[in-house]
Design a protein around this ligand. Structure first.
Ligand code: UD1
Length: 418
């Protein structure tokens, strides 16, 4: 298993370019299942989860080619409606094939994704909402079986604005006769990117006042050429690495609007933040950041995917504060690893109290999920001495060429193949 060796304590300086959003690319690539025409998706980051998505599309009957960030998904053979456990267990987002397959073939079989390191993550909201469109739901041998004689549009109010359930329902309802209105849905920018892509494919779909999504089902969708938005989580991670190392970092081709909550919290921490329409700069070269508490919320609140790297910044900030994780039930696995580096963190249920220390020290640590792994890298860059981050295959699921991007900012980081 590959690992990173990081010699910390050097301020990051310079500029990197944001990659395309993993979380937007996954549903957009899968929406190719909604059409028999070619879909050309640009600014796709080459990540483990994207490769899993390509395999999933190929398994279902598409032909995928990928070059220089552009994925071409072409019709190939008759589509298969049963998703394979081997791929679904690698990536929870695979459950997003359910909506498109159900809409097109009135049947789908998807292995239940099971738990994952950051919590139970059930799919009850997806299932209940698909049932409201007319799907019959069964569970056999660990598989979710969906079938329908007839699907029809419905008004559906989600009990929680689940990102995945919103995407699954948008893709399904795009081809379901009648009007579907989705209420209390996710407001994340990745949802609107999927919406834009579906509209280009011929879907009749819009965001209405208050955030609800209105869909008028159409008979057929066409191929599309679409570029994915910038990855706000990757962008935020590099900005936090800049702030934690008392550096000055610019992320180009990023979207400040999508990171409003993070930027506001950084400014409150005393980090100088400036931005243009498509780049963001943080500068903490002249002042040690102050600790600022966060609690995670659905967008536009503080994103759960930046909770862990924010905690790393708090570990080296002046003063103390709290991190409250309100989206996932078990998302503090990075805390004991940060403690190995000298961080002062006390976890109590969904809350972690963090007391900043003047500096962390290098240690052997282990990543256990994508963003927790990124947090260890941020801490290692700020720490004195050498840190080894094990199990970076988690980080590779969500960050493209992380070590190259960080090295271009002056980080002393290398990958050791194993
Ligand atoms: C997506 C993102 C992930 C991000 C999360 C929240 C992708 C590929 N992943 O994950 O990076 O951290 O949004 O912003 O886009 N829940 C239920 N029942 C359901 C669905 C969700 O109880 O049917 C719960 C989950 O267990 C979790 C919370 O709702 O506690 C948020 O889940 P959801 O918004 O669905 O996140 P994902 O789509 O899985």
């Amino acid at each position: 298993m590959d690992k990173f060796i990081i010699s910390g304590g050097h301020s990051l300086k310079g500029a990197v370019t944001a990659g395309g959003s993993k979380n937007a690319a996954l549903p957009i690539l899968l929406s190719a299942l909604l059409t028999d025409e070619e879909c050309i998706i640009g600014r796709v980051p080459l990540l483990r989860d994207i490769e899993t998505t390509f395999k999933l599309l190929e398994y279902h009957g598409k032909k995928v080619s990928f070059s220089k960030g552009v994925a071409r998904i072409a019709p190939h053979k008759k589509l298969v409606t049963e998703a394979p456990y081997d791929l679904v267990k690698q990536m929870r987002a695979s459950v997003l094939v359910a909506g498109p397959l159900l809409a097109r073939f009135h049947k789908a079989s998807v292995p239940l994704p099971g738990g994952c390191a950051i919590g139970m993550r059930p799919i009850d909201i997806h299932i209940t909402a698909l049932a409201r469109l007319g799907a019959k739901i069964d569970n056999a041998n660990g598989n979710l079986l969906l079938s329908a004689d007839k699907l029809r549009g419905a008004r559906i109010r989600f009990p929680f604005p689940s990102v995945g359930a919103t995407e699954n329902l948008m893709m399904c309802a795009a081809l379901v006769p009648g009007v579907t209105i989705l209420e209390n849905v996710a407001m994340e920018p990745e949802i609107d990117d999927l919406l834009d892509c579906l509209v280009k494919m011929g879907a009749e779909m819009s965001r209405e006042k208050g955030g609800r999504i209105r869909i008028n089902g159409v008979k057929k969708l066409r191929g599309v050429k679409h570029d994915v938005i910038a990855d706000r989580v990757e962008t935020g991670t590099y900005l936090l690495a800049g702030a934690a190392t008392r550096g000055r970092v610019t992320v180009k081709k990023s979207c400040p609007e999508h990171l409003a909550s993070l930027l506001e919290h950084l400014a409150r921490a005393g980090v100088r933040v400036s931005y243009t329409a498509d780049s963001i700069t943080v500068d903490s070269s002249k002042v040690r950041p102050r600790s600022v508490s966060i609690h995670t919320e659905p967008h536009p609140g503080f994103p759960t995917d930046l909770q862990a790297p924010w905690m790393s910044l708090m570990c080296v900030s002046h003063g103390s504060g709290e991190v409250k994780e309100d989206i996932f039930e078990n998302r503090f696995m990075h805390a004991p690893e940060l403690a190995r580096m000298g961080a002062l963190i006390a976890v109590d249920g969904h809350t972690a109290a963090v007391e900043g220390v003047p500096s962390l020290s290098g240690a052997e640590v282990m990543a256990s999920d994508i963003r927790g792994g990124a947090a260890l890298v941020v801490a290692a860059l700020a720490a004195k001495g050498e840190t080894t981050v094990q199990r970076i295959y988690h980080i590779d699921r969500g960050y493209e060429r992380m070590e190259k991007k960080l090295a271009s900012l002056g980080a002393k980081i290398r990958r050791v193949k194993g």
